[in-house]
Design a protein around this ligand. Structure first.
Ligand code: DC
Length: 222
C-alpha cells in the first residue's frame, strides 16, 4: 500500500520548501520530480545532445540512473549533481527538454517507481493529473507572479545577488505561459485538487494548512 500526496503548482509557489518540511514532519518520502527533468537536461548538455536528436535522447534515457537520496542529494549516473542541476544553463534548457514526449514518458515511469509501495509526498506540475491521478491528497499550490518574483529576488539577495525585478517578473510570466500551454501534461489544477494560494501566507502557515488537509485525509487510515 502506498499513500501519495501530490503537490503541483508553478515555479516559485513554494512547493519545494513546503514539500521538504512536510516530509520531515510527517515522515513521508520526498520526491522532487523537477529534479528528474533537470537530470535529463544536464545529461544532454554533458553529452552535447540537442533537442531534435531523438535517437541520442533515447539512448540517454535508456542508460539514465537518477537517485534522489533521503538527505536531499541528487545523483545522476553515480555523480553527485545536486548543485549542477540548479545552474542557469540547466534551468533554461530543462523547460524545452521537459516538453518532449519521450522524456516525459520515461520520467513518469521513473517517478512512479520511486514512490512504489511508499508513503510519499511528490512535487511537480502533473503529479495529480498524470503521475498519480489517484493520489490520496492533491494540492495545487499557487501564488501571484508578483509575489513569486519578490520571493526569487529575496532568495537571490540572500546569496548576495541583486536582480532586476521587472526582468524576474517577465521570466516568471514567460515560464508560466510555456508550462501552462505545452501540448503534453501542461501545468493544470486537477479537478479534485485543493487550491491553496500562498501569496499572503508564511511558509509555516502553508505547511500547517497542508498538514491539516493530509491528517484529515488519513483519519480513517490510522
Ligand atoms: O520544479 P523545477 O523548476 O525544478 O522543474 C524543472 C522543469 O521541469 C520545469 O521547466 C518544469 C518541468 N517539470 C515538469 O514538466 N513536470 C514536473 N512534474 C516537474 C517539473
Amino acid at each position: 500500500m502506498e499513500f501519495i500526496v501530490a503537490i503541483d503548482g508553478p515555479a516559485g509557489s513554494g512547493k519545494g520548501t513546503i514539500t521538504k518540511k512536510i516530509s520531515t514532519e510527517l515522515g513521508l518520502v520526498s520526491i522532487d520530480t523537477g529534479a528528474t527533468y533537470r537530470c535529463v537536461a544536464l545529461n544532454m548538455l554533458q553529452e552535447n545532445v540537442g533537442l531534435d536528436e531523438e535517437a541520442k535522447i533515447k539512448q540517454i534515457l535508456e542508460n539514465i540512473n537518477i537517485d534522489l537520496k533521503p538527505d536531499g542529494k541528487i545523483f545522476l549516473n553515480g555523480e553527485d549533481v545536486t548543485n549542477k542541476i540548479r545552474t542557469p544553463e540547466v534551468s533554461k534548457f530543462v523547460s524545452p527538454v521537459s516538453a518532449l514526449k519521450i522524456v516525459r514518458d520515461k520520467m513518469v515511469d521513473i517517478q512512479r517507481k520511486m514512490a512504489e509501495g511508499k508513503n510519499a509526498i511528490m512535487e511537480g506540475r502533473d503529479i495529480g493529473t498524470v503521475v498519480f491521478p489517484n493520489a490520496n491528497v492533491k494540492i495545487y499550490l499557487d501564488a501571484t507572479p508578483e509575489e513569486r518574483a519578490n520571493r526569487r529576488m529575496k532568495q537571490m539577495a540572500e546569496k548576495g545577488i541583486k536582480l532586476d525585478y521587472q526582468q524576474v517578473l517577465q521570466e516568471i510570466i514567460e515560464r508560466d505561459t510555456r508550462d501552462l500551454n505545452r501540448a503534453i501534461a501542461p501545468l493544470k489544477k486537477a479537478d479534485d485538487a485543493i487550491y491553496v494560494d500562498s501569496s499572503n501566507m508564511t511558509i509555516d502557515e502553508v505547511t500547517n494548512k497542508i498538514i491539516q488537509i493530509i491528517k484529515f485525509a488519513t483519519r480513517d487510515v490510522d
